[in-house]
Every structure is written in C-alpha cells, then in structure tokens.
Design a protein around this ligand. Structure first.
Ligand code: CAA
Ligand code: NAD
Length: 288
C-alpha cells in the first residue's frame, strides 16, 4: 500500500490550518499553499496560536510544538506542491475554483500523487474528471476544529480505486481520526443532516420565532449541543455554509437546502462569521 511522507495542503484558511496542524503533529512534512502573502501570513498566525493553545493546555510540550512547526513550509507557488505524495485541498467551496486548481495540479504533479478534497458537499467525481488520475482521487472530509473533531468522511468517487481508499484510510488513522466511508453524494453523511437544520435556524430567526440568543440557548440546553445553530454557523463560516447549501440545492432541487435570503445578504456584506469578526454575533480580534 502507498504510504505518504510529504503532505501538500492547498488553502491555509480555517480547515487548511487545522489539517496542517494535525499532519505536522503526526510527523509528516507539510507544504501549504495560499494565494497571497498576506493570506499565508494569516494562516501562519492561526497555526502559531493553535500550537500555543495546545502548549498552554499541557497537550503538547514546547519542544514538540517547535519540531512540528519546523515541519511546515508555507508558499504561494503552486509548483511547490509538486513534490508531495498526497495533496489535501481545502480551498473555497466553489466547483469552478476547485476544478481550475486540480487542472493545474494534475499538470504539475507526478502521476503517483494522490489528490484528496476536503469539500463539504461537492462531487468528487466531477473534480476528478478534470484530471488524469480519477483512480487516485478521493474525498477526505475533516470536521472543524480539525485537531479536536474525530471523524473523517472518506468519499469514494466513481473511479476511486480500492488502493487509494485504503491508503487514505491508513493516513487518516495515523492522524488519530476515525474513518467512515460514504459514496459521492452531496453533503455526504453529516452535512446531509446538518445543513437543513442550520438553514431552519436562520429561517426561525427570519420568522421572528425568537431572538438569536434564545434560539441558540434553547438548542444548546434542550438538545445538549455544544453550540447553538447560529453560533455554529458563525464558527463554520456563513459564506462556506451558503456555498454548501447552494451546491446541495442545485443537486437535489429540494427547498430544504435553499439558503434563506438573510444568509445571502450576510455573504454579500462580508459578514462571514467568526473569521471576519461579524456574523450572527460580533467577534473582537482576540476572540477569533
Ligand atoms: N483548535 C484546537 N483545539 C481546540 C480548538 C481549536 N480551534 N477549539 C477548542 N479546542 C479544544 C480545547 O483546547 C479544549 O481541549 P481540552 O479540553 O483537551 O483542553 C477542547 O477543544 C474544548 O475547548 P474549550 O473548552 O475552549 O471550548 P468548548 O468546550 O466550548 O469546545 C468546541 C469548543 C470543541 C469547538 C465545541 O464548542 C464544539 O464541539 N462545537 C461544535 C463543533 C462542531 O459541531 N463541528 C462540526 C462543524 S460541521 C463541519 O465541520 C463539517 C462541514 O463541512 C461544515
Ligand atoms: P476558508 O475561507 O477559511 O479558507 C479557504 C482558503 O482557501 C482561503 O484562505 C483562500 O484564500 C484559499 N484559497 C482559495 N483558492 C485557493 C487556491 N487556488 N490555492 C490555495 N488556496 C486557495 O474556508 P474553510 O472553512 O477552510 O473551507 C475550506 C474547504 O473545507 C471548503 O471546501 C469547505 O467546504 C470545507 N470544509 C469547511 C468546514 C468548516 O467548518 N468551515 C468543515 C469541513 C470542510
């Protein structure tokens, strides 16, 4: 079975930084690519704060944090991903952007490199179709925050080989994750169930059923969830959830997946949740 040594990560946002962290802590050399130097610096900052938090909480020694940090190399050059055995893509949830990236990566990387998308909802088979390695292409759906959340949904595209799936599973297990396998269906397992619930919470707010605090408090205490749905939407990203909902709606044409107008307005206004400082709630710089 293929064993990966060097991992490339495309996208150093919320999920990319978590994926970089768990890979570096598990001993992999990591190359992470962003589209600009300021965004790369933002990813480095998020990673440094997360390592700092793990040290503060006694989960990681200073020495181990330093070793892990030294395994990570940031770049804005796509070519720098070409030497990786596995590339995990965690860029924006838009099919055209992902296809453009995979088209370029396929040209740059040797045939043996395996591509894994962290997409929340989009078709693995469609992304793989712009490459010449559909058998070495799979979905590897991590959850947010990556260092804390155990599962990875491993998605088998129409042409994903058994060997690729086995290598992906073995890799995720070295990260301490629990793998579940599912077919290439919009939203896979968790988002198929989660997204209508999150959208319904926004609809409840739009309908004036209750204010944001009471919606969140009712669900947090009434269902024993760690976060209420509006807090969770801010945590995941309003933009990301909007793109996920749109993709699922396009596929199913089921109104349960149609994003409420308030979400569209929030996306257009740049109120993307915790990462931009504004969502259903406000987040001062230090709380992000
Ligand atoms: N990175 C690393 N570790 C983190 C972290 C982060 N960003 N945030 C919290 N933690 C760790 C803390 O270090 C702490 O660890 P210890 O208990 O071992 O010290 C633990 O998580 C709990 O953290 P806190 O006490 O600070 O805060 P909390 O108890 O409120 O938990 C939370 C924070 C884990 C995020 C919790 O609120 C939670 O589980 N929320 C729901 C998350 C969720 O539902 N995620 C899935 C989103 S959907 C998705 O990911 C799929 C998709 O495609 C959209
Ligand atoms: P994000 O907006 O925090 O980060 C995305 C990053 O990708 C941005 O920094 C952007 O500059 C960068 N990017 C865009 N095009 C790029 C390219 N061609 N090369 C390199 N970087 C590029 O988004 P996120 O929340 O990290 O989501 C990333 C992916 O992970 C999406 O597919 C999303 O659906 C999925 N996902 C998100 C969550 C979540 O809770 N936010 C959970 C699981 C999966």
């Amino acid at each position: 079975m293929v064993a990966f040594r060097t991992v490339g990560v495309a996208g150093f946002g919320l999920m990319g930084s978590g994926i970089v962290e768990v890979c570096a802590r598990a001993g992999y050399d990591v190359v992470v690519r962003e589209v600009s130097e300021p965004l790369l610096a933002r990813g480095v900052d998020r990673l440094t704060r997360s390592f700092g938090r793990a040290v503060e909480r006694g989960k990681l020694s200073n020495a181990d944090a330093d070793t892990a940090r030294r395994r990570v190399r940031g770049t804005v050059r796509l070519e720098d991903l070409a030497g990786c055995d596995l590339i995990v893509e965690a860029i924006v949830e838009l099919m055209d952007e992902k296809k453009a990236l995979y088209h370029e990566l396929d040209r740059l990387c040797p045939p043996a490199t395996v591509f894994a998308s962290n997409t929340s909802s989009l078709s693995i088979t469609e992304m793989a179709s712009v490459t010449k390695r559909a058998d070495r292409f799979l979905g590897m759906h991590f959850f947010n925050p990556v260092p804390v959340m155990k599962p990875v949904e491993m998605v088998r595209g129409f042409l994903t080989s058994d060997e690729t799936l086995a290598a992906g599973r073995a890799f995720c297990e070295t990260l301490g994750k629990t793998v579940v396998v599912c077919k290439d269906s919009p939203g896979f397992i968790v988002n198929l169930l989660l997204v209508p619930y999150l959208l319904d919470a926004v609809r409840a707010l739009e309908m004036g059923v209750a204010n944001r605090e009471d919606i969140d408090t009712a669900v947090r205490l009434g269902l024993n969830h760690p976060m209420g749905p509006l807090t969770l939407l801010d945590f995941v990203g309003i933009d990301t959830t909007y793109y996920i909902a749109e993709a699922m709606y396009q596929e199913f044409k089921d109104p349960r997946y149609a994003a409420p107008p308030l979400m569209r307005k929030m996306v257009l206004a740049g109120h993307h949740g915790r990462k931009t400082g504004h969502g259903f709630y406000a987040y001062p710089e230090g709380a992000r």
